[in-house]
Design a protein around this ligand. Structure first.
Ligand SMILES: NC(=O)C1=CN([C@@H]2O[C@H](COP(=O)(O)OP(=O)(O)OC[C@H]3O[C@@H](n4cnc5c(N)ncnc54)[C@H](O)[C@@H]3O)[C@@H](O)[C@H]2O)C=CC1
Ligand SMILES: O=C(O)C(=O)COP(=O)(O)O
Length: 411
């Protein structure tokens, strides 16, 4: 009889953490028995990234590391990617799906941190603090109240009323702002917020505009020259979403022309990969502009919670196969493995694969105790719980099935 095939041993599973991911994630992996943990403080790219990922089963990134189709294709052993942040635009999700690599993110752990910074930035801008702060550091005493206002009673326009936008809305109302929002989806207004159905009207209607859309093809340059030309009343702009959502040179022009009287920008089309790289932006040294180094979600609270959230999803996927929350392969919520073998089969979503899997199973001396299937356009994910049997020499068998992308066996 052939020996039992089991899942890959934990102590041989290389987990790579880039971009200074929280210790809480490292602790979780270690507690779960993973010992091959490699940590890097910054983002990597090119050959360095390829080399680090060669043997990796799991890679953990934040917003900076670009996991392109080329990188994913080269990382042949990769089973899962953890985005320890909200955005997943740095990962080619389609390529990950096709490669059978499960991608998780942390959809809400840093939302409060961003929302707080948005409110803080709005107050700083409306009081002209960037200039007054600069002047005070230079020994000047600028106590003038001209054009400095309270935010109470002002109109806040939220573009993208998702997890962050809606939290900003709640905090803003508590500060006495009136909130309006524009979203491409139909969203439940929280508190007294009111929906405005087109972007132009929202911009024309509000004093402060804050952006909370994801980085997608559709949102790229959403605030282009034409949209920035709609700002006419010395309004304020906050961008904590993604750098390429706003045309930076058009924003610079609008700020210099004082059509936009202040901006807080946390995200940039080009951002340094680590501390040692120099940061430069056309927005540097413009009056009433706050520039922050992509720190909307950078609080100890947020990072700690993200570390726990994403590491637990990755561990569950490795050890149980559950892909709930996946941004790439189909989602499956699975019961615990109790005295069974679990076969995880990711394949191209073409006809005939399932019947071949079932035909393989029928030739084994086992009972099927559970069968789960989820598909998307490109990929099918089938999970089979079967009774334990010494004759289980299935890994090779299942790998031979046409259109197979990845197979794992858990026990
Ligand atoms: N600066 C930072 O450190 C951080 C930045 N972010 C960025 O904020 C983004 C938003 O985060 P969440 O609110 O959690 O995402 P979410 O997915 O909960 O909400 C995004 C909202 O934008 C809407 N939307 C999409 N396209 C749109 C368009 N063209 N016009 C108007 N609305 C549109 C969606 O329907 C959704 O309601 C993230 O994708 C990420 O890029 C997130 C966390 C930290
Ligand atoms: O959560 C997000 O999408 C962010 O932009 C935060 O990115 P970071 O983890 O700070 O690189």
């Amino acid at each position: 009889m052939s020996p039992l095939k089991t899942s890959f041993p934990k102590d041989k599973m290389k987990i790579v953490l880039l971009e200074n991911i929280s210790q809480s994630a490292v602790d979780s992996f270690k507690k779960a028995g993973y010992t091959q943990i490699e940590q890097h403080t910054g983002a990597l790219s090119g050959e360095q990234l390829d080399t680090v990922l060669k043997e990796a089963k799991v890679v953990c990134v934040r917003s900076k590391t670009q996991l392109t189709e080329e990188v994913i294709t080269k990382a042949k052993k990769l089973v899962a990617i953890g985005c320890f942040c909200i955005g997943t635009n740095q990962v080619d999700l389609e390529a990950a799906n096709k490669a059978g690599v499960c991608v998780f993110n942390a959809p809400f752990s840093n939302t409060r941190s961003v929302a707080e910074l948005v409110i803080a930035s709005a107050i700083m801008l409306i009081r002209k603090i960037p200039d007054k702060n600069r002047a005070a550091h230079a020994g000047e005493w600028d106590k003038d109240s001209t054009n400095a206002h309270e935010i109470r009673g002002k109109r806040l326009g939220v573009v993208g009323y998702g997890h962050i936008g809606s939290q900003v809305s709640i905090l803003a109302e508590a500060m006495g702002l009136r909130v309006f929002y524009y979203d491409v989806e139909n969203k439940l207004p929280l508190g007294n917020a009111e929906e405005i159905s087109d972007l132009k009207s929202l911009i024309e209607h509000c004093d402060i505009i804050t952006l909370h859309v994801p980085g997608t093809k559709q949102t790229q340059n959403l605030f282009d020259k034409q949209v920035l030309n709609w700002f006419q009343k010395g309004q304020l702009l906050v961008n904590m979403s993604r750098g390429d959502v706003v045309d930076i040179s058009a924003l610079k022009e609008a700020l210099e022309e004082k059509r936009i009287s202040g901006a807080a920008v946390d995200v940039f089309p080009e951002e340094p990969k680590n501390k040692d790289e120099k940061f430069s932006s056309p927005l540097q040294n413009i009056s009433n502009v706050i520039l922050t180094p992509h720190i909307g979600g950078s609080t100890e609270e947020a990072q700690w919670n993200i570390g726990l959230d994403v590491s637990s999803k990755l561990i569950k996927y490795i050890e149980n196969g559950a892909s709930l929350g996946s941004k790439s392969i189909p989602e499956l919520s699975l019961p615990k493995i109790e005295d069974t073998h679990r076969i995880l089969h990711i394949h191209k979503n073409v006809s005939g694969v399932l019947s071949e899997i079932n035909s393989k199973i029928s030739k084994l001396d086992v009972n099927i105790l559970g069968q789960y299937l989820s598909t998307n356009l490109e990929v099918g994910y089938v999970v089979l719980d079967i009774s334990k049997s010494d004759s289980l020499d299935t890994l090779k068998e299942f790998k031979r099935i046409d259109h197979t992308i990845k197979v794992r066996i858990l026990y």
